[in-house]
Ligand binder design. Structure first.
Ligand code: XBP
Ligand code: MG
Length: 235
């Protein structure tokens, strides 16, 4: 393998368990505020995670579970506004400090920086969400640790498309063989793998049943380097 120069991190589910007690809660708050009777339970949300991206997930839910819903005339705007409200609620949740980093994340980031590795983020979530998590859960200056924070609608196609990883590689002027991606989900693994990146997967309750056979390493958490769940390829 070429010399390792950079680590590219997914955010949701990888840096922190943001989905169940963060994004899901914020979606439900936004639905309630809009007077909608939609409520995403923990298990339903696990199914909806099949689709990455909040706006895309709302549409997927309506197609799948509410076929009788009559879309308002300006449907795109309706979804965008709902998502904007959700982002505000999510920011409020982040500010309470109730969504801590996963074990080993801070140490890995600090050690990588000490070793001179370059850092980047490739997330499907909206930019303010990625920044908010870093600022509230690491430090107000933690954003500066990351050379590129690629988020949300910056690319046309969200994960599992490789676009967001290809964008990061282009911005950093790096080849995929010089980087490792850190992901928690199969969609994220597919995106990174299709961009040519070797990937370390750190599973969580929503993703542990997924197929990670293309990963280099599968771990319970980023604190468990000595006890990987599966070593599938050399890093
Ligand atoms: C996770 C996602 C996002 C979040 C919601 O992204 O799929 O959609 O669930 O965020 P990743 P938004 O794992 O790539 O970080 O509502 O801002 O889209
Ligand atoms: Mg993720």
């Amino acid at each position: 393998m070429s010399e390792l120069k950079a680590l590219i991190f997914d955010v949701d589910g990888t840096l922190a368990e943001t989905e169940r007690d963060g994004h899901r809660v914020a979606f439900n708050q936004a639905f309630a505020e809009a007077g909608l009777d939609w409520n995403w339970s923990i298990s339903l949300y696990g199914e909806l995670l099949e689709v990455a991206g909040g706006k895309e997930r709302i549409r997927y839910f309506l197609d799948r579970d509410r076929p009788d819903f009559t879309p308002p005339p300006r449907f795109d705007e309706f979804v965008a506004n709902l998502h904007k409200t959700k982002t505000t609620f999510y920011q409020e949740l982040l500010a309470t400090g109730s969504i801590p980093l996963r074990p080993g994340v801070r140490e890995l980031l600090e050690n990588a920086k000490k070793e001179g590795l370059r850092l980047a983020i490739a997330t499907t979530s909206a930019l303010p969400n990625a920044i908010g998590l870093l600022e509230h859960m690491i430090a107000p200056y933690a954003v500066s640790w990351f050379e590129v924070i690629a988020a949300g609608d910056i690319v046309p196609h969200k994960k599992p498309a490789p676009d967001i990883y290809l964008y990061v590689l282009e911005q950093m002027g790096l080849q995929p063989q010089e980087c490792v991606a850190i992901e928690d989900s199969q969609q994220g693994l597919i995106a990174a793998t299709q961009a040519g990146l070797k990937t370390v997967v750190t599973v969580n309750d929503y993703t542990r049943h997924q197929d990670f056979s293309d990963a280099a390493l599968v771990m319970e958490s980023l604190a468990d380097w000595d006890q990987p769940l599966m070593v599938l390829k050399n890093l």
